[in-house]
Design a protein around this ligand. Structure first.
Ligand code: RNT
Ligand code: ZN
Length: 417
């Protein structure tokens, strides 16, 4: 054990923190790694661009073009991050046989067999997302909330197919699958009817939920969003809509993406509010810069605050954590790696915070001391605990991971011209 870590451990022990226990605990907590950082949210089931309320920017060379490339890239990331990975797939990442095409309302578990093999070989679980965007059947910007019955039907069938696939993932891997419903449905300009689309959205999700499934195996979540690119004035799946839907439907959980609120709202404050009511909740962890820009997650204040809330609410087993961002302007493997490591850092830092002691100060109204101590703890030698966590995960404890990426870029990514 390094002497530096030994010293850090003592410092933490003095404030009642067992850093060895924190390290052990974090090792077993799954965090979902989004496959879509690897190819700018394109997938394999269509040739067109990304459309429907989200946007990637940048044209950094080397994006994955095939399932084999994407899997190799995910492997590279997994070799550079500590902690327990779960794989997050989107329906548009279905893998067809050469010459085969199956539309989204008809996809089956067999189109994800290769992903299941990939997950099983790595002993990881899979989360899933129906893809309600980048498709010709998005009619006038609407899917499940469209006034056109045929359009709604197509997307309802897609949702049901995705529940069947999610259940297949859970059964095959032995790990429950979180299936998240997000649509970009909305309007660019002021609508004349706000309730109609929302009633249709509600009824459509209810139709999807008629697909029988085991609620212990598949966790359905509904993700809200305040606005999107091209849907600045109205979204069907607003925050109130998603929360109320989850609250009133058995087995449905709310999913909060921290890029999906007004810029002065913080998800860290919403986490404990929802935990008062829901047995489980889900998160998309991202970094919005002025808008839902999906920048790479960093070890910044709000990221730390979200992790702190999960830990101090004793809710690590009640919050499904998934990364969700896509930066196409920098090396994608690096984007993935930095984001995953940042969230791991935030969790470890939260586990190394004397939360009970600080709560005590708050309850005793010792607000001066609370501020003083919170500031004191910020400069504890956390870097040494993080380095030890990396070592115990078999990961280099310095920045050499980036050299690996530079090498991979030279040898693999640069050849994908
Ligand atoms: C979009 C939502 C959604 C997507 C993924 C790809 O704003 O955050 O979660 O990012 O489904
Ligand atoms: Zn999201």
């Amino acid at each position: 054990m390094s002497t530096m870590y030994e010293l850090a451990k003592k410092k933490y022990a003095a404030i009642g923190i067992d850093t060895d226990a924190a390290i052990e605990q974090l090792k077993s907590i799954p965090v979902s790694l989004h496959c879509w950082q690897g190819d700018d949210v394109i997938g394999f089931d269509h040739d067109g661009p990304l459309t429907g309320g989200i946007q990637t920017t940048g044209n950094y060379p080397g994006k994955a073009r095939t399932p084999a490339e994407l899997m190799a890239d995910i492997d590279k990331v997994m070799s550079l991050v500590p902690g327990k990975v779960k794989l997050n797939l989107h329906a548009c990442y279905a893998i067809f046989e050469p010459g085969e095409f199956v539309d989204r309302d008809k996809i089956e578990p067999k189109h994800f067999e290769k992903w299941v093999k990939f997950a099983k070989e790595r002993n990881i679980g899979i989360d899933f997302n129906p893809t309600f965007f980048s498709h010709p059947k998005v009619k006038n910007g609407l899917t499940l909330s469209s006034p056109d019955a045929e359009t709604r039907k197509f997307w309802i069938e897609h949702g049901k197919a995705c529940i069947r696939i999610s259940e297949y993932f859970a059964k095959e891997t032995g790990i429950p699958c979180v299936m998240n419903i997000w649509t970009g449905d909305g309007f660019k300009d002021i609508p004349a009817d706000r309730m109609g689309p929302r009633m249709r959205y509600k009824e459509s999700i209810e139709e999807i939920l008629k697909q029988p499934f085991d609620k212990n195996l598949v966790k359905i979540t509904v993700e809200s969003k305040v606005f999107g690119i091209g849907v600045e004035s109205f979204t069907s799946g607003s925050a109130e809509f998603a929360l109320s839907f989850a609250a009133s439907h058995d087995g449905v959980l709310p999913l909060m993406d921290n890029g999906h609120y007004h810029p002065t709202e913080v998800v860290s404050d919403k986490i404990p509010a929802l935990l008062c009511f829901y047995p489980e909740i889900a998160l998309h962890i991202t970094r919005g810069v002025r808008w839902d820009s999906d920048h790479v997650v960093l070890f910044d204040d709000e990221t730390k605050e979200m992790a702190k809330e999960i830990v101090r609410c004793n809710a690590l087993d009640r919050v499904f954590m998934a990364l969700d961002y896509f930066d196409a302007s920098i090396n994608r493997i690096s984007a993935w790696t930095v984001g995953f490591r940042s969230w791991q850092k935030a969790l470890l830092s939260a586990l190394c915070t004397p939360n009970e002691y600080l709560k005590g100060l708050q309850d005793n109204a010792e607000f001066t001391k609370l501020m003083v101590m919170q500031e004191e703890f910020k400069t504890l030698p956390f870097g040494e605990v993080w380095a030890e966590y990396l070592r115990r995960n078999g990961i280099a404890d310095d920045a050499s991971w980036f050299e690996e990426i530079e090498k991979y870029e030279k040898e693999v990514l640069s050849k994908r011209a």
